[in-house]
Design a protein around this ligand. Structure first.
Ligand code: SAM
Length: 274
């Protein structure tokens, strides 16, 4: 477990993942009934963009830092507002974004396997009394938490992709989870390193029982050899209007994120459109 999200916090992949997270949370908040958020690979929560790791890669500089002048469409506007609320040079990871947007009756469970990251996360989430940290393996813990008593909720699966069989582990965990919580909304992040990556993971998720599925892809021009330039996100059971909202957001960020030419993006229904 060498991966540390501090090197990547606020990069273009985080922008996609976290704007989608905000879109789902804004939707869940529209109804009175409480909901749960389960973040299976939560990270340390709060990142210092002036710190050694972030400065070494400069990824936030090519990501969120470029969005100040982007059109104020939703969910982008709320995402930028929440990120800014943590202070200059600080970037909130998924558990802190969720903690900020859930209501007093909602609940966040954030799972992180790396002991030091889990400890830092517990510290970062101290002010949020609706949030709980579990230091454990997200894949094995997830099924034990389902279905949530609220029967409404979001599961974010955002692993580091260090293991060669990460796609397989995601598919297996998703298969177990959807059997227990068929109406849950699932966000599954993945890097695109080869053309077959997106097809392979989407196929597995469909085979494990997703009946409504959207795939988003976002590609920027590679700034350096070996650096991630394309990312994807699968959304199972996307809420009403999610596709349109994400199209608006992607259209607003494509030019600022892209540099010389706009970033390329797509939002496709792979099953159950509408
Ligand atoms: N979701 C976070 C965010 O958006 O801010 C970023 C998470 S980062 C991509 C992946 C995290 O998963 C790392 O902090 C890593 O330590 C942790 N991790 C790795 N394997 C894990 C496992 N099996 N279960 C839970 N966490 C794990």
């Amino acid at each position: 477990m060498n991966y540390r999200h501090a090197y990547h916090a606020g990069n273009f992949a985080d922008v996609l993942k976290h704007t989608a997270l905000v879109a789902v949370l804004l939707h869940l908040r529209k109804k009175e009934a409480p909901f749960a958020v389960i973040d299976t690979h939560a990270g340390r929560g709060l990142y210092d963009l002036s710190g050694r790791e972030a400065q070494k890669t400069g990824e936030a500089g090519q990501g969120i830092a470029k969005l100040a002048a982007a059109a104020a469409v939703e969910p982008l506007a709320t995402y930028l507002h929440v990120a800014k609320s943590f202070g200059a040079n600080r970037y909130p990871g998924s558990p802190l974004i969720a903690a900020r947007l859930i209501r007093r009756k909602d609940r966040l469970v954030a799972i992180e396997k790396h002991p030091e990251e889990a400890e830092a996360l517990a510290e970062a989430l101290k002010p949020f009394n609706r949030a709980r940290v579990i230091a454990a393996d997200g894949y094995t813990r997830l099924p034990k938490l389902l279905p949530p008593p609220e029967r409404r909720g979001l599961i974010l699966i955002d692993p580091p992709f260090e293991a060669a069989n990460e796609f397989e582990q995601i598919a297996r965990a998703f298969g177990e989870a959807i059997k227990r919580f068929a109406t849950g909304i699932y966000l599954i992040w993945f890097p695109i390193k080869t053309k077959s990556d997106a097809e392979a993971l989407s196929g597995e998720i469909l085979a494990r029982g997703a009946t409504k599925l959207i795939r988003i892809q976002l590609a920027v021009s590679a700034k350096e050899e070996g650096r991630l330039a394309e990312t994807g996100l699968l959304t199972v059971n996307p809420p009403f209007g999610f596709d349109a909202a994400m199209r608006e957001t992607l259209a607003a960020i494509a030019t600022p994120l892209g540099g010389a030419s706009p970033a390329k993006w797509s939002v496709d229904w792979l099953a159950g459109e509408g």
